[in-house]
Design a protein around this ligand. Structure first.
Ligand SMILES: O=C[C@H](O)[C@H](O)[C@H](O)COP(=O)(O)O
Length: 230
């Protein structure tokens, strides 16, 4: 998606921000556009406070003068604005391409509303073409991977589980110090069943299926912006 389309969806979401709001700040290239626009509004006098979903977003928002807090000081937020890797029916999302899924999900769950910003290419009929990020504890990786393969097979899903690599060739580490397995299931017809099954595996910290969290998605097409609801 062009930066211009990212900016337009971010701009449309900015219209939902009101003075005094406690905001969850998402992660990724689309969320970055929102944070930059928000920074400009803050510089012009808008009074809001943000809880970032990653160290990366914290650094960007902080550099723009956006006041930042944590969920310890602000356990309930008004609105989270975040990107997505896929937007499926009912606003079931796949997230975590940028590795921030755990904090993103905690922040979204702490928010009264979550607005997703994306371009139209992210909207799909069935999620799963984008490899599903599954955040796992490094200890017991082999066992955890086997259990994921088995619960997936029980649901009729199969595909490689790739251990995400960092730039240095070592396993990628999330902000929480965990690994990510990217699961290429290609199609996930029943995301809820997979989410429930993954939650039973002790070494799985979280996964990128966001179900029942997004309250709206602002989707930028080539020449129009559409708002989707669950
Ligand atoms: O961990 C990253 C996040 O879930 C992002 O929101 C997601 O990967 C979309 O990122 P982008 O806006 O760069 O496509």
């Amino acid at each position: 998606m062009s930066v211009e389309m990212k900016r337009r969806s971010a701009e449309a979401a900015l219209a939902h921000v009101e003075p005094g709001m406690k905001l969850g700040l998402g992660t990724g290239s689309t969320a970055d556009e929102f944070v930059k626009l928000l920074g400009a509004r803050v510089a012009a006098g808008l009074d809001v406070v943000g809880v970032p979903t990653s160290e990366r977003t914290a650094a960007l928002a902080g550099s723009l003068g956006i006041r930042l807090e944590t969920l310890d000081t602000l356990p309930e937020l008004d609105l989270t604005i975040d990107g997505a890797d896929e937007i499926g029916p009912g606003l079931v999302l796949v997230k975590g391409g940028g590795g921030a899924l755990l904090r993103e999900k905690i922040v979204a769950a702490a928010s009264a509303r979550m607005i997703v910003i994306a371009d139209k290419s992210k909207v799909v009929e069935t999620v799963g073409a984008f490899p599903l990020p599954i955040e796992v504890v490094p200890f017991g990786l082999g066992s955890t991977r086997l259990k994921i393969e088995r619960i997936a097979a029980d649901l009729g899903l199969a595909g490689p589980l790739a251990l995400r690599q960092g730039r240095d060739g070592a396993p990628y580490l999330t902000d929480g110090g965990h690994y990510i397995l990217d699961a290429s299931f290609r199609r996930i017809p029943d995301p809820k069943a997979l989410a429930e099954a993954l939650a039973t595996i002790p070494g799985v910290v979280e996964h990128g299926l966001f179900i029942g969290l997004a309250t709206a998605a602002v989707v930028a097409g080539l020449d129009q912006i559409e708002t989707l609801h669950p």
